[in-house]
Design a protein around this ligand. Sequence first.
Ligand code: DX5
Ligand code: ZN
Length: 221
Amino acid sequence: MQPFLIAPSILSADFARLGDDVAKVLSAGADVVHFDVMDNHYVPNLTMGPMVCQALRDYGVTAPIDVHLMVEPVDSMVPQFAKAGASIITFHPEASRHIDRTLQLIKEHGCQAGLVFNPATPLSYLDYVMDKIDVVLLMSVNPGFGGQKFIPATLDKLQAARQRITQSGRSIRLEVDGGVNLDNIADIARAGADMFVAGSAIFNTPDYAATIQAMRVELAK
Ligand code: DX5
Ligand code: ZN
């Protein structure tokens, strides 16, 4: 397994002071910036686009930016986010007509590519594209909002996804997103995840460094 990565979801950050809040969470020990893109079409909420990603890069954010596209259609957003400084781009297979083509598009634009699985989306979407994937992202809530409760069935699904990754022999990240907190992060790691998105569990605490450090202690258990 690769080293654990903690990826705060900036959906719960202070949008009026986004650059400062992102800089603060990174200096508190976060590894990756998780960037949730919602279009009020694929999901019932509206967030931010490539301009905001570019603005973070211009502000001096050098950490990897993990762009989670909850948009439909997907393809037109890929070149824009690549240009705006995305490092990883993940999308929901239901939102793309041509999954293989979208994965290729992401790679052609120099980003790492991943598929996102909603709680009830089967892992069989991985069957013929494992060689084109860098990240498997399992949603542990239904996408659209921060601050929801972790869906426990995700733990079995994580184990199944981990098995597929091991069988592939490739160093694919297994990311989990939704309701991750200090109480469940150790169980989630034991089920096979190695990249942890946490929004409210980090940004709704007064001391980000203490929270991230406490998460690392849980992960070491
Ligand atoms: C939900 C988003 C998540 C969300 C996580 O659609 O993809 O990244 O912000 O937030 P928490 O950690 O609060 O569940
Ligand atoms: Zn997300």
